[in-house]
Design a protein around this ligand. Structure first.
Ligand SMILES: O=C1O[C@H](COP(=O)(O)O)[C@@H](O)[C@H](O)[C@H]1O
Length: 254
């Protein structure tokens, strides 16, 4: 790992455009390094509206060679407001030139175990011959309990070491049935970016970044083996931090 960067912004209005620039710059980096695609894993929750607003605003953005996957997904029809794919389809995909066949989504009509196997198979084919999907960039959120993807505190899935993708049927946050990337897949990525905003995240952010009582929370277990790790947070979320952070000036690029 090349070191964690914790970057604090006054508010979401400054964070969003910098996140979008970071995605765009890593896409250019991947494609100019000769890779055939830029692979980007998306999360749900609060990230959807931020990305949908700020990514299409990036000048000259060309997503025609991007490959989109989902870090986790809820097992509900795409028309359900809980569907992460459904939200991105309605709010983002129509605004960027991403070919539909470059979006790898779950099949929500399948039972949860088959759905996870089917999604793992889609990733495996897309990333062949790699043994494990190595995404260029994963965008992650963190819940107030420290969960990320659909990896929840104290859940046996945190010990998963073989599967790239796993089903979960007892998610403490509804809906209960979900499909999630496992930690080995998350930690294989070339760049992982957490986005965490709002004062409700301040206690858990401090626990994850600076330590606290009890076992490590799922978000604290994210440590890309050979990639970059960014935490992009706003001032309210960063309010309790005492460790070193970066506070970039307006328009700064990461
Ligand atoms: O349930 C989920 O929650 C997390 C965190 O969401 P946030 O709204 O607190 O940012 C999200 O990253 C994940 O994809 C989603 O399924």
């Amino acid at each position: 790992m090349s070191g964690r960067r914790v970057v604090v912004f006054p508010s979401v209005s400054e964070l969003g455009p910098t996140l979008a620039q970071l995605v765009s710059s890593r896409a250019e980096r991947a494609l100019s390094a000769g890779r055939s695609s830029f692979s980007l894993g998306l999360s749900g929750g609060s990230l959807v509206s931020m990305l949908s607003k700020d990514l299409p605003a990036v000048e000259n953005l060309d997503c025609s060679r991007w490959l989109i996957g989902f870090c986790d997904e809820r097992l509900v029809p795409f028309s359900d407001p809980e569907s992460t794919y459904g939200l991105y389809k309605n709010q983002l995909f129509g605004k960027i030139n991403i070919p539909e066949d470059r979006i790898l989504a779950i099949d929500p009509s399948l039972p949860v175990q088959e759905c996870a196997d089917d999604y793992a198979d889609k990733l495996s084919k897309a990333f062949s011959p790699e043994q494990i999907p190595v995404f260029d960039m994963l965008l992650l959120g963190m819940g107030p309990d420290g969960h990320t993807c659909s990896l929840f505190p104290d859940h046996p899935l945190l010990q998963e070491s073989q599967r790239t993708v796993a089903p979960i049927s007892d998610s403490p946050k509804p809906p209960p049935q979900r499909v999630t990337m496992t930690l080995p897949t998350v930690n294989a990525a070339r760049c992982v970016v957490f986005v965490s905003t709002g004062g409700s995240k301040a206690p858990v952010l401090k626990h994850v970044l600076e330590g606290g009582e009890g076992p490590a929370l799922p978000s604290a277990l994210v440590a890309p083996r050979q990639g970059e790790l960014f935490w992009l947070v706003d001032e309210p979320a960063a309010a309790s931090l005492t460790s070193q952070v970066e506070r970039p000036g307006p328009g700064a690029k990461l």
